[in-house]
Write a protein that binds this ligand. Sequence first.
Ligand SMILES: Cc1cc2nc3c(=O)[nH]c(=O)nc-3n(C[C@H](O)[C@H](O)[C@H](O)COP(=O)(O)OP(=O)(O)OC[C@H]3O[C@@H](n4cnc5c(N)ncnc54)[C@H](O)[C@@H]3O)c2cc1C
Length: 463
Amino acid sequence: MLETKLISQLQKIVGKEAVLTAKEDLTAYSYDGTTTWAHMPDVVVLPTTAEQVSQILKLANENRIPVTPRGAGTNLSGGSIPIKGGIVLCTAKMNKILDINKTNLTAIVEPGVVLQDFNIALAKQGLFYPPDPQSFLGCTLGGTVAENAGGPYCVKYGVTKQYLLGLEVVLADGYIMKLGGVTVKNRTGYELIMLFTGSEGTLGVITRITLRLLPMPPASKTMMAVFEDMAVSGQAVSDILASGVVPAKIEFVDNFVIRRIEEKTPMGLPIDANALLLLQTDGSSAAVEADAQQILDILKKSGAKEARMAKDADEAAVFWKMRSAGFAAVFGAAHTVMAEDVAVPRDRLAEFIRRLGEISKKTGFFIQFLGHAGDGNLHPAIFTDMRNKEEFARAQETMGEIFRAAMELGGVLSGEHGIGLEKQRFLKDAMDPVALDIMKKIKAILDPNNILNPGKIWEQEGA
Ligand SMILES: Cc1cc2nc3c(=O)[nH]c(=O)nc-3n(C[C@H](O)[C@H](O)[C@H](O)COP(=O)(O)OP(=O)(O)OC[C@H]3O[C@@H](n4cnc5c(N)ncnc54)[C@H](O)[C@@H]3O)c2cc1C
């Protein structure tokens, strides 16, 4: 519990209505997209300006109160869980698109802008911002920077970090720091923007973001391929990428997701398919047609049972709706869903899928997975019930084995969801110890009192 005096100081900064202390309000900010973590904050504040964020952090720093930044709370690593209590600083009211510059191909936004709202505003001007996490209906741009989020378009266009030109960040002591600008090139000093990108709210609160934009591609083609063997679909992905053609998207869904979606919202999906690849090309009309044809030929040669273009824009929309509903289909499937995130080199995808099969056979856990196949980024999920301690421990051990398998193949512990609370016990095996130590030193310089999202990323000493 925070002292009444501190609550009234917060009310003075942001106004009474923007300070939440009722139990039902606090509960709404106690969890995120994971099903394994929850912790109540003492108070939630909803600032509207960087100046207010600065005053909140000054107050928190002087009184050593933990502050957990939060956008929409859709992350899948425990990142926005206020595990040490204190203040949740939610950016939902900092949701203005401040500028869209069609000639410079840039935009300036506040951190609480929802990705879908941004995309709609850009589409009206024929503009395009590629990073497309499949939580786009809710996630905020601040959250996507703090997680360095990716999505289907990232095969061709890259992840969030590739679009960042400038940031305004409020540091733990309340200083409002400006980084970068509105130029696409900038070689002035260290790349500090990258330091805050993917920092999961542990180094500062992002209050303004300058983004690089692209013109909307004039045409696109969607394709769908059915596979009997999941590993064969993984090999097909490697074959496409090695062929010289550059697809905009290559996504993977397994039979479990296809069936769950058909059960809940029938879309006419091939429920007997063991695996589906969804692919898209984009660019000029002539190029998308030729690229799509080349991809279909490779898919057939690589062992697809069926590979075809979407009949029309409506069918293409159904396919992509199915993909974006993938996680929702998975999350309702059990009391506890350990939905994870690893990335492997794209030429080891088939091998990794085979390893998942072996781990499943050995441990007895069904391993569901979907993901951004074109990036070698898969989301294996295990269904369990954390109330059953013995089973939950075995599920955790199985997930550990999956992480180890990915790393043995030259992969990484997280492709896009971050470390948060979920994976910190694996971090020391996934990083050079000196690099881990440098990270801790950077944290100590920027946040010496450890008020910003404490308890995240690495295991805390004495915890
Ligand atoms: C259905 C579903 C699909 C998803 N698909 C994808 C996907 O395809 N690709 C992908 O990468 N992720 C995906 N995610 C994960 C998640 O949506 C992303 O990580 C997203 O970037 C989180 O944004 P958010 O606004 O919800 O942030 P939150 O969950 O609120 O916060 C995420 C982290 O960022 C920090 N943070 C938030 N705002 C700020 C700020 N202004 N300043 C500093 N730190 C801040 C928080 O402290 C926390 O550590 C998915 C999640 C769901 C539920």
